[in-house]
Design a protein around this ligand. Structure first.
Ligand SMILES: CCCCC/C=C\C/C=C\C/C=C\C/C=C\CCCC(=O)SCCNC(=O)CCNC(=O)[C@H](O)C(C)(C)COP(=O)(O)OP(=O)(O)OC[C@H]1O[C@@H](n2cnc3c(N)ncnc32)[C@H](O)[C@@H]1OP(=O)(O)O
Length: 180
């Protein structure tokens, strides 16, 4: 099925903010996290930026591939805001096309390509030098829709307890869910 942007999705150009403050990809409370900032695009698409820090190295002066995969994963995960669906990564296939030095800003974009029941198919690219620059990384992913219970049942109780007693977190979790 062709993906459908939810009528209450954030407007194109709107900054999405973190879905969870402690998230390694987008949270503000992780000193060595990616602090990735995502923005709603047209249709079911997202743009995002992330600047590689010294804490993200694999080889000297170069971004770790796993960190770049995280940036792609996080950008793809942000598409959930536009579908107003909670979904987790089931599969993430990554191509590393060019090395990415520390200090580089990665310009990411992602889109949902198809939805089939609980399965959400998507793809993303990360470019260097500017939003129109050469592709350094790309990914194809399959996200699977889950209920909030997925986190409540599987997350470590102390973090779940803290999240559930934080009204801001409850509001953010609700923003993902389709209103009946
Ligand atoms: C108040 C408390 C607040 C707490 C919540 C706070 C905030 C919530 C808001 C947002 C958070 C949301 C997400 C996080 C966002 C961004 C982070 C980036 C994203 C991630 O980083 S997220 C972490 C990594 N991620 C995982 O931690 C998943 C571990 N995993 C599982 O938990 C299960 O594996 C699951 C649930 C995925 C599926 O399990 P399941 O039992 O529900 O469903 P099942 O297995 O039946 O699959 C259904 C259909 O998907 C197909 N399928 C499944 N997996 C596939 C694969 N790998 N390849 C190909 N097809 C696959 C099947 O083949 C079947 O297809 P079909 O229907 O055609 O038969």
């Amino acid at each position: 099925m062709t993906p459908v942007r939810h009528p209450d999705a954030p407007a194109p150009g709107e900054l999405l903010g973190a879905h969870y403050g402690e998230c390694f990809g987008c949270g503000g409370e992780q000193p060595h996290g990616l602090h990735l900032q995502a923005r709603a695009g047209e249709g079911v698409s997202i743009t995002a930026e992330f600047t590689v820090q010294p804490a993200h190295q694999g080889a000297p002066g170069l971004a770790h591939g796993g960190v770049l995969a995280t940036a792609l994963d996080e950008t793809l995960g942000s598409l959930n805001w536009l579908l107003r669906t909670i979904a987790v990564t089931g599969r993430l296939e990554t191509d590393f096309v060019r090395p990415v030095p520390v200090g580089t800003t990665l310009y990411l974009e992602a889109e949902v390509t198809a939805v089939a029941g609980r399965k959400i198919y998507s793809r993303a690219t990360g470019r260097v030098g500017g939003p129109e620059g050469p592709v350094a990384v790309r990914a194809e992913a399959l996200f699977i829709e889950v209920q909030v219970d997925h986190f409540v049942n599987h997350g470590r109780p102390e973090e779940i307890k803290a999240a559930m007693s934080d009204p801001d977190q409850i509001r953010r979790a609700r923003a993902f869910e389709v209103n009946p």
